[in-house]
Design a protein around this ligand. Structure first.
Ligand code: XUL
Ligand code: CO
Length: 441
C-alpha cells in the first residue's frame, strides 16, 4: 500500500512491481520478485532491502567543489520540524512505492540538529512519534539506526576517541538519544560507524588510550540498550579511511580482533560495505568471508566503488559477476544474521530527476536478485561445491584428519613427510572456477 503525506512528491511514479525479464518498463523489476522462493526462502527475506535515509532524502549532490544540484520539494519549509515531517512523508512514499520493507537512518537525517543537545532531544522525540505513525500505516520496518558522530565540527578530534572527555560525554549522550529513537521505532539492529574514530597524525595521538575509550563507549551502549530490553544486534561498519587518514575499524579482521579483545563479540556483528572493502584493498567477498568465518556476518551496505579512483563513490551496485561472488559467500554462510541489504548508495550529481532514485534502487535490487538466482544454480547444479570440497579432501581421512584434530606433533608430520608422502603438483584451477561463474550468469 502506497503511503503518502498531504502531498505526493514522486508524481507520475506508482508502485514498482515485478514484470520479469521481458518487460521494457524502466519502472519495473526485471529480476527482483519479492515472493519468489530461492533455496527455501523468499527473495524478500533473503535481502531485507533497505533504503538509506541520508543518501536518498538528505544529500542533494553537493561535493567538495560545488553545492547540491537536486532540489527536494520536501526541503522547503522554514520550520525544521515541518521540513523533517515532509522528509518523512517523502521517505515513506518512496519506500512504499518501491515495495521495500526497511529503512536505515542517522539521528541527524531525521531532523536538523538544534543548537543545544537538550533541544535536539525534543526534536528527535517529536519526529520519532511522527515516523512511528508512518511505520504503523505502511508496515515498513527499521533495519538499523545510528548516531552521526562525525559531521558536527565538535567531533573534529574524534567522538568516543576524542582526547577531551567533554566531547566523549557529548558523543555518549548523542548515542543514547539515537538508541532511544531506534528502540522506539522497533529497530532490529544498531550500527556504529566511526568516521572520526581514528587519527590524522600519530604524533598527537595516544592510540592505545583511544581504542580503550572506544571499547568503553561500546560497552556502555550495550549495557544501556540491553537494560531497556533491546534484543537486536549491534554492528560495527569497518572502513579504513576517509574522513580520517586512518580509521580504527580498518577492515573486518581488525574490527573482529578489537571486538574479541574487549569482550564485545557476543553482542556485535559486522556491517560490511562494498566500497569500504575496496578502500581497504580487499574485495567485497573477502570482507564477507572474514565476517562469516567469525560467525559475525550481520548486514551489508550495498554500493560499489570506481576502479579508477580511491574514494568512497557510493555508486549503486550493477556488476553481476561481483555480486554473484558475494551472494555465493552469503548463501554458504546461511544468510545475514539479523541484518539486510541496505543501499548505502547515491545517484550521481547530475542525476537530477526525482525518478532517478527509482532507477537506481530498481537496478540495485535486480542486480542482487539476479546474482541470488545465479548463485543458487552454481551451488546446486554446477560442480563448484564439489570441486572446492575435493580440493581439501586430503584432510578428510587418515593423517590429514588427525592433523586437523590436533592429534599430530611437528615430529610426527615430519616423519610422514619423510616416509610416505611425495606431494604431487595439483592445479588450483582458478580459470575453470571463473568460467563456471560466467557459464551460469
Ligand atoms: C560512510 C558510511 C556511513 C555509515 C553509517 O562511509 O557508510 O553512511 O553507513 O554511518
Ligand atoms: Co555505510
Amino acid at each position: 500500500m502506497i503511503v503518502t503525506g498531504d502531498k505526493e512528491f514522486y508524481k507520475g511514479v506508482g508502485a514498482i512491481t515485478f514484470e520479469g525479464k521481458a518487460s521494457d518498463n524502466p519502472l519495473a523489476f526485471k529480476f527482483y520478485n519479492p515472493d519468489q522462493m530461492v533455496m527455501g526462502k523468499s527473495m524478500r527475506d533473503h535481502f531485507k532491502f533497505a533504503i538509506a535515509y541520508w543518501h536518498s532524502f538528505c544529500g542533494q549532490g553537493g561535493d567538495p567543489f560545488g553545492p547540491g544540484t537536486q532540489q527536494f520539494p520536501w526541503d522547503t519549509s522554514n520550520d525544521p520540524m515541518q521540513r523533517a515531517k515532509d522528509k518523512a512523508d517523502a521517505a515513506f512514499e518512496f519506500l512504499t512505492k518501491m515495495g521495500f520493507d526497511y529503512f536505515c537512518f542517522h539521528d541527524t537525517d531525521l531532523v536538523d540538529e538544534a543548537e543545544t543537545l537538550a533541544k535536539n532531544e525534543v526534536r528527535l522525540q517529536q519526529i520519532s512519534e511522527y515516523i512511528a505513525q508512518k511505520k504503523q500505516a505502511s508496515g515498513v520496518k527499521l533495519l538499523w539506526g545510528t548516531a552521526n558522530c562525525f559531521s558536527n565540527p565538535i567531533y573534529m578530534n574524534g567522538a568516543a576517541t576524542n582526547p577531551d572527555f567533554n566531547v566523549v560525554a557529548r558523543a555518549g549522550a548523542q548515542i543514547k538519544m539515537a538508541l532511544d529513537v531506534t528502540m522506539q521505532l522497533g529497530g532490529e539492529n544498531y550500527v556504529f560507524w566511526g568516521g572520526r574514530e581514528g587519527y590524522m597524525s600519530l604524533l598527537n595521538t595516544n592510540m592505545g588510550k583511544e581504542l580503550d575509550h572506544m571499547a568503553q563507549m561500546l560497552t556502555m551502549s550495550i549495557d544501556y540498550a540491553r537494560k531497556q530490553g533491546f534484543k537486536g544486534s549491534f554492528f560495527i561498519e569497518p572502513k579504513p579511511m576517509e574522513p580520517m587518514k586512518h580509521q580504527y575499524d580498518f577492515d573486518a579482521a581488525t574490527a573482529i580482533g578489537f571486538l574479541r579483545e574487549h569482550n564485545l563479540d557476543k553482542d556485535f556483528k559486522l556491517n560490511i560495505e562494498v566500497n569500504h572493502a575496496t578502500l581497504a584493498q580487499h574485495t567485497f567477498e573477502h570482507e564477507l568471508t572474514v565476517a562469516a568465518n567469525a560467525g559475525m556476518l550481520g548486514s551489508v551496505d550495498a554500493n560499489r566503488g570506481d576502479n579508477q579512483n580511491g574514494w568512497d563513490t557510493d555508486q549503486f551496485p550493477v556488476n553481476l559477476y561481483e555480486v554473484t561472488e558475494a551472494m555465493l559467500v552469503i548463501l554458504k554462510a546461511g544468510g545475514l544474521q539479523g541484518g539486510g541489504i541496505n543501499f548505502d548508495a547515491k545517484i550521481r550529481r547530475n542525476s537530477t530527476d526525482l525518478e532517478d532514485i527509482f532507477h537506481a534502487h530498481i537496478g540495485g535490487a535486480d542486480t542482487f536478485a539476479r546474482a541470488l538466482i545465479v548463485a543458487e544454480k552454481i551451488l546446486t547444479e554446477s560442480p563448484y561445491s564439489e570441486m572446492r570440497r575435493a580440493r581439501y579432501a586430503s584432510f578428510d581421512s587418515e593423517q590429514g584428519k588427525a592433523f586437523e584434530a590436533g592429534k599430530l606433533s611437528l615430529e610426527e608430520i615430519t616423519a610422514i613427510a619423510l616416509n610416505d608422502r611425495d606431494p604431487k603438483r595439483i592445479s588450483g584451477k582458478q580459470e575453470l572456477y571463473e568460467n563456471i561463474i560466467n557459464q551460469y550468469l
